[in-house]
Every structure is written in C-alpha cells, then in structure tokens.
Design a protein around this ligand. Structure first.
Ligand SMILES: Cc1cc2nc3c(=O)[nH]c(=O)nc-3n(C[C@H](O)[C@H](O)[C@H](O)COP(=O)(O)OP(=O)(O)OC[C@H]3O[C@@H](n4cnc5c(N)ncnc54)[C@H](O)[C@@H]3O)c2cc1C
Length: 435
C-alpha cells in the first residue's frame, strides 16, 4: 500500500519509479490468495473503511468500480456465549454473578475522577472496572498483542479515556436485543479477487521487481544490493521495509540506532483458512474470541465480504493466531495450527464437523501489528531521527511504525514521495548554484 501510494504520486508527476519487493508478488499485507478451487483469502481480514475521498476514489477506480458496500457488524465469543459488540455495553446473557461484578467494579472505577494512567492496563481498569477489564480486554490483549496490557503504552488510543455511561451498561445487561443490530461503519470490499483488487490498479504505475529482497543499503554510493545478487543505484530512496529489518541493512548504521531498532516489537500471525461445503449461518464479518484455550483471537467470514470469495453453495472462514519474536515466538510450522483451529471452531459451533471442511491452508505473515509496548516511543524516535539525517524517506505501517490502516499507509507513501521530490529539487538547486 505505502509503496504504491508513493508510486501513484510520482507517476502523476511524470516519474515511473522502480519498486523492489522481497516476495514473488506485489501487494504486501494487502495480498489476496486465490487457491484455484474457488476460495479467495486475504492476509487476515481486510476491509476498507476509509473516510478519505481521494483514497476511496482511487480504490474504486482500481476495481473498475466493482466493489461491495456493507455495514460493519462484528460480535464476541466468550465461554459458549455470543455477545453483541462492544461487549462492555452488551453483557446480557452472561452469568449473573459476572454481570453484577462487572457493573459493581465499573461503578467503583467511575468514582475516581482523574485516575493515574501509566500503561494500557491502568487505562482498561479505569475505563471499565477490574472484572470486565480482566475478563475481556486484558485477555484479548495477550492473544492479539502477545504481551500484557501492563507492558503497553496508551499512545495508540487517542488522548481521551473512553468510559461507557452507566445507563448504557445497565441497558445492555438488562435488555435482550437481537445480535444483529449493532452497525457502526460503512465498509467497501472488492467484488472480485479479494482485497488486493483495491491495489492492482496501481501496479502499472511502477516498474515492479519482485523476488528482490534488499540485503544492503549504501547511502554514500546510493546503491541497493539484493539477495539475488543484483545491484541497483538510486537518486532518492523511499522505504516501507519494517524498521527492525531496515536499520541492519544500512551500511555504517550506528550502534545506538541498531539497538533501538532491535527493541521494536511487532506481532506476526498465522491465518488458518477453512473452506466449507455449505453456506454459513453467520451474519457478522468477523468475531472476537476471548477464551485463552481458543488459539485464535479473531475469525472472519469470507462469504460475508463478497460472495465471489467462495464457490457457489459454499462458505469459508479465516482464523487469526498471533505471535511475536519478542514475546511469543511461533514454534513449529504454521500448518500445525490447522487441526487445533478446526477443533476450536467445532467447539464454538461454527463448524459442524470435519466432513464439511473442503479446503484448509495457512498463510504466515512475519509482520502484523506494531506492538505499542513501553520500549516503542523512544526507540522509534531514535530510528526515525537517523533515517531523516541520512535521507531515507520511510513510510507505511512499518516505516512509520504505527497502528495505521491501508488508507493511511497509502497516504504515508504519498507523503514520502513528496518528501523525495522536495529533496530532489533541493539537490538540483544546490548543483545549479555550485556550477
Ligand atoms: C491482520 C490484519 C488485518 C488488517 N485489517 C485491515 C483492514 O481491515 N483495513 C485496513 O485498512 N487495514 C487493515 N490492516 C492494516 C493494513 O494491512 C496495513 O496498514 C497496510 O497493508 C500496510 O501497508 P504497507 O505497505 O505499509 O506494509 P506492507 O504491506 O507490509 O508492505 C511492506 C512490503 O515490504 C516488503 N519487504 C520487507 N522487507 C523487504 C526487503 N528487505 N526487501 C524488499 N522488500 C521488502 C514486504 O514483503 C512488503 O510487501 C490490517 C493489518 C493486519 C495485520
């Protein structure tokens, strides 16, 4: 996304940039996988909920205006109960003692007007009270971010503490509403080809070189070296390579910058793709899972994004299981997670039995979500300062090292391209002055 955001902007200025990609195909995290049997899977659930008109227009044009629109609807699973989203204001149906404890603790927490918040755990306890925080989001944090809430900062949450109103909580605990009434946001998803179709329209705007893993960057000679033995020179460099990978590639990167980059943590994930021989009776696009004995944090329902993601009369789902090098390294091959996932899907009642599973596969993603642990802020500052000094225009989710979505990744690439153009203009002006 970020690479093609940069390419699209440069192309509009009459430049067709060279784009080097490690994998055998472009697309990065927004790649889609067609298994040739009618099932199309993305790399974890991807929908576009962009509010930016330019991005919406460009994505729409990329699909020749063939996209689905829908309302986001998701729900939660906890120990055999399906709960409307967001869970904190939809406690109806949970065990009575748990509901009483959640509400009681919430009232106690609400009495503290200006709570001291040093980390995400403090934030959760202050916002929701101890019982709810410990039963739901603190467990989910371990599953999704692979570390404890106490080890995470709050700078990804925005400036304000969100606290539901007591009335909202009581109403959600007392009233039973049908599970399918919570709609929050409109989304778009390509009709055909999976999420990647939103980006395919940009591929021709760059000279794309796949199977080109950058292994060395020499800023003095302005040269890139690749694992396949080739070399390329450049005038200006834009990078969306994840910062912990990027810094060690740079010739003569100082030790303190290397150390800072090595402190940055990111989740990795295995998605388990399951194709079923029948349509699913699930209305949401995705569900969150809180139980610690269920391996996945989230499951998405492929046919609810576009019917073309699945063969006629069939359906599919995708489970996301999170790891991280720093906190929970993956042990063994990703395919080891297929059978435990099917077991858990059967336990939750989503899959009836193994006979209806007609496709199973996995995708491994080495970079998922940036972990906002307590090391992040200082380490990012150090790395970004160095990259600015040597003139590498970093961009994207893993260049910015933030919790950014596809539209922001695309715009981040555009901004990096503008910075590269400004640098080019400055260099040209300096050369003219010298001559
Ligand atoms: C599970 C999940 C679900 C998400 N859901 C949504 C969603 O619903 N909506 C939404 O808007 N966003 C979503 N996002 C976020 C979205 O995926 C990202 O914001 C966006 O795709 C990031 O794009 P990028 O170009 O910055 O990074 P990437 O797509 O990671 O691109 C970086 C590229 O650099 C390449 N690379 C790495 N090292 C090298 C090297 N040494 N040499 C050459 N190339 C290299 C990689 O192969 C990759 O292609 C989700 C993210 C995840 C993990």
């Amino acid at each position: 996304m970020a690479g093609f955001g940069a390419a699209n902007l440069l192309y509009s200025q009459g430049i067709r940039p060279k784009l080097y990609e490690l994998r055998a195909r472009p697309g990065g995290l927004t790649s889609s996988f067609n298994f040739g049997n009618g099932f199309v899977f993305d790399e974890g659930i991807h929908i576009s909920f962009s509010k930016h008109d330019d991005v919406k227009r460009l994505f729409a044009e990329s699909t020749q205006h063939k996209y689905e629109t829908g309302q986001v609807y998701c729900n939660n699973y906890w120990k055999g109960h399906w709960i409307k989203h967001p869970a904190q204001v939809n406690l109806h149906g949970l065990p009575t003692d748990l509901v009483i404890a959640c509400i009681g603790d919430f009232i106690e927490a609400s009495k503290i007007e200006n709570p001291i918040i040093k980390n995400y755990q403090d934030w959760l306890l202050a916002a929701f009270g101890r019982t709810f925080a410990e039963t739901f989001p603190m467990v989910y944090t371990r599953k999704y971010h692979t570390t404890d809430a106490a080890n995470m900062s709050t700078d990804w949450l925005g400036p304000r503490l969100y606290r539901p109103k007591l009335e909202e909580m009581l109403r959600g605990a007392l009233e039973h509403e049908p599970l399918d009434v919570f709609y929050v946001n409109e989304f778009r998803y390509p009709t055909e080809g999976g999420f990647e179709s939103f980006i395919k329209g940009f591929y021709a705007k760059a000279e794309v070189h796949c199977d080109h893993e950058v292994t060395r960057i020499d800023m003095r000679d302005k040269a890139l070296y690749f694992k396949n033995g080739t070399r390329a020179s450049f005038e200006n460099l834009i990078s969306s390579i994840p910062l912990p990978k990027l810094v060690p590639l740079i010739v003569d990167a100082p030790t303190d910058v290397r150390e800072a980059a090595s402190r940055l943590a990111c989740t990795q994930f295995v998605v388990v793709n399951i194709g079923l021989s029948r349509p699913l009776d699930m209305k949401p696009q995705w569900s969150y899972f809180y139980d610690e004995d269920i391996p996945f944090a989230r499951v998405s329902y492929r046919g609810n994004l576009s019917s073309r993601n699945v063969p006629p009369g069939c359906d599919a789902l995708q489970a996301e299981i999170y790891f991280s090098e720093k906190y929970r390294p993956l042990q063994g091959p990703p395919d080891d997670w297929i059978e435990p996932t099917i077991d858990a899907l059967i336990k939750c009642g989503i899959v009836a039995n193994r006979d209806e599973v007609i496709h199973k596969s996995t995708i491994w993603s080495p970079f998922g979500n940036v972990i906002f642990d307590l090391d992040r802020a200082a380490a990012v500052n150090t790395v970004h300062g160095f990259l600015r000094d040597i003139g590498i225009n970093y961009c994207g989710r893993f260049g910015e090292w933030g919790y950014i979505w596809t539209d922001h990744a695309f715009m981040s690439g555009e901004n990096a391209a503008k910075a590269a153009l400004r640098a080019h203009d400055r260099e040209t002006a300096t050369l003219e002055t010298l001559s």
